[in-house]
Design a protein around this ligand. Structure first.
Ligand SMILES: [Zn+2]
Length: 104
């Protein structure tokens, strides 16, 4: 996977094209990610206990990882990423356009 939780990404294809958001969840097995405020789906929720009301709730649904690209804060646009080793041997992801390190 080229993305991680909390990455800022842009949706590049499909109904939600052009939307940006933070990755809330990565589902490695299915190569899918859940992006904040993207791909809302309606879910039927059963009431549980006394606190929660049943009914229809809207929640972000997972989308395929190939439909998103990482946003580079410096370029302010979605970019391809490369990999680089830092001096201490740590592997980081970098923007292929400007070289900005995208891992913190
Ligand atoms: Zn960049």
């Amino acid at each position: 996977m080229h993305v991680k939780k909390n990455d800022l990404v842009m949706v590049t294809t499909g109904r939600e094209k052009g939307k940006t958001g933070k990755i809330l969840k990565v589902i490695n097995k299915k190569n899918r990610v859940v992006v904040e405020k993207v791909n809302f789906i309606k879910r039927h929720q059963r009431p549980t206990g006394q606190l929660r009301q049943g009914g229809i709730i809207e929640k972000e649904g997972p989308i395929h990882v190939s439909n998103v690209m990482i946003m580079c804060g410096k370029c302010n646009r979605p970019v391809r990423i490369g990999r680089r080793f830092l001096e201490d041997g740590k592997k980081v992801r970098v923007c292929r356009k400007c070289g900005e390190v995208l891992d913190v």
